[in-house]
Ligand binder design. Structure first.
Ligand SMILES: *[C@@H]1O[C@H](CO)[C@@H](O)[C@H](O)[C@H]1NC(C)=O
Ligand SMILES: *[C@@H]1O[C@H](CO)[C@@H](O)[C@H](O)[C@H]1NC(C)=O
Ligand SMILES: *[C@@H]1O[C@H](CO)[C@@H](O)[C@H](O)[C@H]1NC(C)=O
Ligand SMILES: *[C@@H]1O[C@H](CO)[C@@H](O)[C@H](O)[C@H]1NC(C)=O
Ligand SMILES: *[C@@H]1O[C@H](CO)[C@@H](O)[C@H](O)[C@H]1NC(C)=O
Ligand SMILES: *[C@@H]1O[C@H](CO)[C@@H](O)[C@H](O)[C@H]1NC(C)=O
Length: 330
């Protein structure tokens, strides 16, 4: 059952071309105003220059790439109102779509199924976007987005923003898990997750128990495949697909409280002694199994570690938006 994308477009792009609506553009007014003040004496000479600058600014603001937002476990598009307001404020005219699929408990569906659903909705948006699109993918949504960019040979994702997403998996009790599997502790969840039945739940698709690596490798049909930790016949193609993105922006922090270890948001993870090893010590990085090392080597990874943010606040925190997200929505 695939609903249509909810269109949260921020006004028509064309409207910025009408002189009557130009003053709505804050960037333009500030930049233009500064130029006018500094060059008052030469205004006559510089008038053609000013017109050119105005034209360039308009062209730039009119061409913010569309943004697609993918929600996390148990969320729905209605949770992203504040993020949409922020984008409207800093990048007016941006066409933002929060995909309305697999909401709430539906988000427990297997991740490959979700990837296919999101793909279907995103494909036409990508086709309409000549200069590409940006993705903002929150929590579990970050894994859906990685699945998407790895398996779509013709995607045009420019910047992939991974907002506190368990990119290397999850191993820890959270309030979500306690609600779901009350009788299980983190040390026992592998018994359910690493079975065919368990893999029918999104959480198990990225459950990464460092004490049962053999079972993870044999049974995780999402993360282990995406990471090319278990044999993936399409690994070369998937790597090439992922590397079509220009930037990957990793955002996370120590006070998250749900992603465990929180460093999973930075592609770090526990070793078998539950000591966190940084991204560059991970085998998938060292062997460049899915493109992480190549992406990093070409300056394609940007990380922001933000303290003081608990998991459900990532998309509504103004500091996080201004510092880590806004600079990339060009
Ligand atoms: C975007 O912000 C402007 C200015 O505050 C406001 O008038 C407009 O309604 C907002 N657009 C949307 C879609 O929220
Ligand atoms: C926003 O993008 C969608 C998908 O490409 C498109 O259908 C819609 O018309 C766009 N809205 C505006 C106002 O440009
Ligand atoms: C590996 O997984 C397959 C299919 O899920 C299963 O039949 C087999 O018993 C598993 N082997 C081990 C060692 O876990
Ligand atoms: C690999 O790609 C082929 C052809 O695109 C597809 O049929 C197959 O399911 C893929 N294999 C995996 C493991 O995804
Ligand atoms: C595991 O971690 C503990 C505490 O950090 C340390 O004392 C121990 O030597 C480690 N064991 C191994 C095998 O790395
Ligand atoms: C917002 O982010 C800042 C910077 O990381 C942090 O200090 C602050 O506690 C956060 N506020 C909330 C409500 O999450």
């Amino acid at each position: 059952m695939y609903a249509n994308a909810k269109d949260f477009s921020r006004g028509e792009t064309e409207s910025t071309l009408h002189p009557s609506t130009i003053t709505a553009n804050v960037d333009f007014q500030l930049a233009g105003g500064r130029i006018m003040r500094q060059r008052r004496g030469y205004i006559g000479v510089l008038a053609p220059f000013c017109v050119l600058v105005v034209f360039l600014l308009l062209t730039l603001t009119a061409s913010y790439k569309p943004v697609i937002v993918v929600h996390g476990l148990f969320d729905s598009p209605s949770d992203f109102g504040i993020l949409l307001d922020y984008i409207n404020e800093t990048h007016p005219g941006t066409n933002v779509t929060v995909v309305d699929l697999f909401d709430r408990t539906e988000s427990l569906k297997p991740l490959w199924m979700q990837v296919e659903g999101f793909k279907r909705v995103m494909y036409p948006i990508m086709q309409n976007a000549v200069n590409g699109v940006h993705l903002i993918c929150y929590s579990q949504g970050g894994l859906i987005c990685r699945g998407l960019v790895s398996t779509m040979p013709d995607h045009n994702v420019d910047t992939f923003i991974s907002l506190s997403s368990p990119q290397m998996g999850q191993y820890g009790d959270t309030k979500y898990l306690k609600w779901l599997f009350p009788q299980h502790m983190k040390s026992n969840l592998y018994r359910l997750c690493y079975t065919q039945l368990g893999q029918g739940f999104s959480i198990c698709n990225y459950w990464n128990d460092p004490h049962h690596r053999d079972l993870y490798l044999n049974n995780s049909n999402f993360l282990a495949l995406l990471n090319d930790e278990k044999l993936n016949p399409n690994a070369t193609t998937w790597k090439k697909n992922l590397l079509r993105i220009r930037k990957m922006v990793l955002i996370g922090g120590p006070d998250d409280g749900v992603i465990m270890p929180w460093q999973s948001s930075m592609f770090a993870f526990y070793d078998n002694n539950e000591t966190v090893r940084e991204m560059k010590s991970q085998l998938v990085y060292l062997e460049d199994t899915f493109g992480l090392k190549t992406l990093d080597a070409r300056g394609g990874i940007v990380s922001y570690i933000m303290p003081g943010v608990s998991h459900t606040y990532w998309h509504s925190n103004r500091t996080v938006f201004e510092k880590c997200v806004a600079p990339w929505l060009t």
